[in-house]
Design a protein around this ligand. Structure first.
Ligand code: BGC
Length: 821
């Protein structure tokens, strides 16, 4: 322990207080020994700090720079840029006296439908982990902390506070934990945020395997684990399983529980003190900034320019037939689509911030095309096509040489707490594309959004520009790319399938009626699946065009034969063979042809971004270590390298490999002891995920799915259920009515806000209302309510509730009276 002496000066009550938030955004101060209260707030693509006196998420937040969200930043594959953004984020925190920024999020994009994909980087853990690590380093170099989130297997928003991700250990290690592992090992975030969901039946917050064994013992994490907001189910279990801090404050009720558990030897002195020590450490790390930065102000202009640079590098040119882009300077250009004027540049939820200044593409294009014609095309968030708007769009298109149509997400598609219902654009937007294509051959579509969309019109248009959510200066960046002031250089960090039906998790994406989420596809996520299963895709992982061409030559390796523990240097020469200064993202994939293990066709194991002036050549070096060849063997219980020949593929996208070389890797890891996987999980071996039987999945899991089926005989509500589960009961139906009416009045008919708030409240397990109410509602009271829901027996329920009220008093009195001093 680093602060043994200080920890020993604290009373049990003070120790327990240090492990619980003071309010929504602060940790408790222990003034007696001079420990200040520090602030933690969102993140991740800019600072979201509620103004003074606002509790909870608050609607008024201080102004800050809105950088592109992670889904966009991931397309830059640019480590240096991530570090620069990290530094800028830290400076904004310093000005606002924020000690820990809640981010980045490295959850894997398992399905395009996850409503929070806009906050996540990639379907590939290497891209996510490497970029997150640099962002963390950038922030933390300035003595501001981060919170790597949401740990782990949290790739669905529906029922997020209760659902159970059923994942096999290999998929956990290779896909869902890998990005966390990379970021932890390379950057040591001050905190890791434990997710809402369960994994294989245990809440992440109560999962000692995850928080203690893997995170701390195996990876060497030395920071504090903090709960996602309201993710704590059982405070004492969580503490014993390695969760240090509960956020936000749950009042005194959990402080009492910790103190009582300590008294009763349920929590050991070592567990309590170690957690307190970790919290002291992060407070101490924050102190220099709290003292030094009294008058610090960040440079708004410089941060806005950085946001623009990031947006430029994030833009992906998906298609450019006949080199229709960049726009010719003398062309008559029409812009169609309200998103050109009212861009969606960030998502909804805890990451939503109040930007310093927003630029839209339409205004920025006017600089180059003063005679730009504009037609609205559709109304934001509307689904039904509007005939008059369609006609206006056609008129504008008919009178122009080229039409740029801006389409993208509705607000509810990019929102924490919700998943998308499909992968489609609105009917109104699709109708505009169709109508314009009928009257003009030169159509360019600019797509905004948190994740990929189906593009059934893809062959009808000449160019497609994918922008994701580009932050406050995205409009200027889009205009510069369209006009050719810069060459696009982003590459997709996720595959764009033709349709949702093609995606590997299509049948198992949403929680089932028992709130189980079966990760049936195991490691076959994203391109790992499409390639193996030979499912054609619209745009492959790593794809992105440029206004120039790149040649790849002279692939060399430092050795043709290595042992598994050696490092291998790979060199390749890249030449910009066109007329634009540009940047290329060189991607390195490893292939193991002859394998006993079920493996993807190839896997990304290295990447570098390289800047090349027109005509320039550069040698790029990528160093591989043993992790490039490993797979996780559940039989052996460790990472293993198969002995034999591996191909090193280098290229411009996963589907555009330019050059390759074979090397031999010698290993005596025992991987050769593996029985051929083809014999006992044939569907996985053949990537026929849809055909995988329960037995095959259970073989991967190593346990039976029956363990997660509820006991049919006691089909009654429990305090682990949510208000959503109560709707079927007479009382639940009444409550639903009351809440819906209240929300309707509160938001004056704003349907999206009503739905947002309703769904948030209705997905909280009932038991947690005790913590949310800071103990005013005790868990006994919740039990009384549940009893009433199940039985309708008012008399008995009131008895239980009354017992709950005395319970609250009984809990609080010893704490305030100093019993635990
Ligand atoms: C989100 C976290 C966020 C926290 C605080 C939660 O609902 O899942 O990502 O940091 O709220 O706003």
């Amino acid at each position: 322990m680093k602060y043994k002496k200080w920890v020993s000066m604290l009373t049990i009550r003070e120790k327990a207080l240090m492990l619980t938030g003071k309010d929504f955004w602060h940790l408790n101060a222990i003034k007696r020994i001079g420990l200040p209260s520090i602030m933690l707030t969102d993140g991740p693509h800019g600072l979201r700090k509620t103004k003074k006196k606002e509790e909870g998420l608050g609607s008024y937040t201080v102004k800050s720079t809105c950088f592109p969200t992670a889904s966009a930043l991931a397309c830059t594959w640019d480590r240096e840029l991530m570090r620069e953004i990290g530094t800028a984020l830290a400076e904004e925190c310093m000005q606002e006296k924020v000690s820990i920024l809640l981010g980045p999020g490295v959850n894997i994009k398992r399905s395009p439908l996850c409503g929070r994909n806009f906050e996540y980087f990639s379907e590939d853990p290497l891209v996510a982990g490497e970029l997150a690590a640099e962002l963390i380093n950038g922030v933390q170099e300035k003595n501001v902390g981060t919170s790597l989130k949401h740990f782990a297997a949290n790739s669905t928003e529906s029922r997020r506070m209760k659902c159970n991700s059923i994942v096999d250990e290999r998929a956990m290690r290779e896909i869902y934990l890998r990005a966390f592992e990379i970021a932890v090992k390379k950057a040591q975030p001050w905190t890791v945020m434990s997710a809402y969901n369960k994994i294989n039946g245990t809440y992440c917050t109560e999962n000692a395997h995850l928080q203690n064994h893997i995170l701390r013992e195996e990876w060497g994490f030395n920071g504090a684990v903090i709960s996602d907001w309201m993710a704590v189910n059982d405070r004492v279990k969580a503490l014993n399983a390695g969760l240090d801090i509960e956020m936000p404050s749950s009042g005194y009720s959990n402080v009492y529980k910790i103190a009582k558990a300590y008294r009763n030897n349920v929590v050991s002195p070592e567990t309590l003190d170690t957690s307190v020590d970790r919290v002291m450490d992060i407070i101490h790390k924050s102190e220099p900034n709290l003292i030094k930065t009294n008058n610090f102000e960040y440079d708004k202009k410089a941060h806005h320019s950085l946001a623009k640079k990031a947006a430029e590098k994030s833009i992906v040119l998906l298609k450019n037939d006949e080199n229709i882009l960049p726009l010719k300077s003398d062309a008559k250009v029409a812009v169609v689509g309200s998103l050109a004027k009212e861009p969606i540049y960030q998502g909804f939820g805890s990451s939503r911030l109040n930007p310093n200044k927003v630029e839209n593409a339409y205004d920025c294009l006017l600089d180059s095309f003063p005679d730009l014609v504009y037609a609205k095309g559709y109304s934001k968030n509307a689904n039904t096509p509007d005939k008059a708007l369609l006609e206006q769009a056609q008129t504008a298109a008919k009178n122009s040489d080229v039409v740029v149509i801006f389409v993208g997400s509705c607000d509810s598609d990019v929102c924490e707490g919700f998943d998308r219902v499909d992968m489609r654009l609105s009917n109104a937007q699709t109708a505009v594309i169709k109508a314009v294509c009928n009257v003009n051959r030169n159509v360019i579509v600019v797509v905004t959004g948190g994740s990929c969309v189906e593009m059934p019109w893809n062959t009808k248009v000449k160019a497609i520009v994918q922008t994701y959510l580009l932050g406050e200066s995205g409009g200027a960046a889009i205009a510069d790319v369209l006009c050719g002031k810069i060459s696009p250089s982003g590459k997709l960090a996720e595959t764009f399938p033709f349709s949702f039906e093609d995606t590997p998790a299509k049948d198992y994406y949403a929680p089932d009626e028992d709130d189980n989420l079966q990760y049936r596809e195991s490691i076959l996520v994203g391109y790992r699946y499409y390639e193996k299963a030979k499912v054609p895709v619209m745009f492959p992982f790593g794809h992105g065009l440029s206004y120039t061409r790149f040649n790849y030559t002279d692939l060399e390796v430092s050795a043709r034969s290595i042992s598994a523990d050696d490092k291998l240097d790979v060199f390749v020469t890249v030449e910009n063979a066109g007329y634009y200064d540009a940047e290329e993202i060189v991607q390195l994939y490893i292939v193991k042809g002859d394998t006993k293990v079920f493996r993807p066709e190839k896997e990304l194991k290295g990447f570098e971004r390289v800047e090349l002036r027109a005509g320039e050549k550069k040698e790029v070096k990528i160093t591989l270590d043993r992790s490039a060849f490993e797979y996780y063997s559940t039989r052996i219980g460790n990472w293993c390298v198969e002995d034999g020949i591996y191909s090193v593929y280098v290229g411009s996208s996963s589907a555009d490999i330019r050059i390759a070389i074979d090397i031999a890797v010698n290993s005596s890891d025992g991987a050769t002891r593996e029985v051929s996987y083809g014999d006992y999980i044939p569907s996985y071996f053949n990537a026929n995920v849809a055909q995988a039987t329960d037995e095959e999945f259970e073989t991967l899991l190593g346990f039976s799915l029956d363990s997660f089926k509820p006991n049919q005989e006691t089909d009654r509500l429990t305090s682990d259920d949510t208000l959503l589960d109560t709707i079927g009961t007479p009382l639940g139906a009444k409550i639903e009515n009351i809440i819906k009416n209240k929300l309707h009045d509160m938001f004056s008919g704003d349907e999206i806000m009503e739905k947002l708030v309703f769904d948030s409240i209705y997905n909280i397990p009932l038991k947690r209302f005790s913590a949310i109410s800071k103990g005013v509602i005790s868990e006994d009271m919740v039990d009384g309510f549940v009893y009433l829901l199940n039985s309708g027996d008012k008399k008995r329920s009131i008895g239980i509730i009354a017992k709950g009220i005395t319970g609250v008093i009984k809990n609080i009195v010893p704490l305030v009276s100093g019993y635990f001093e």
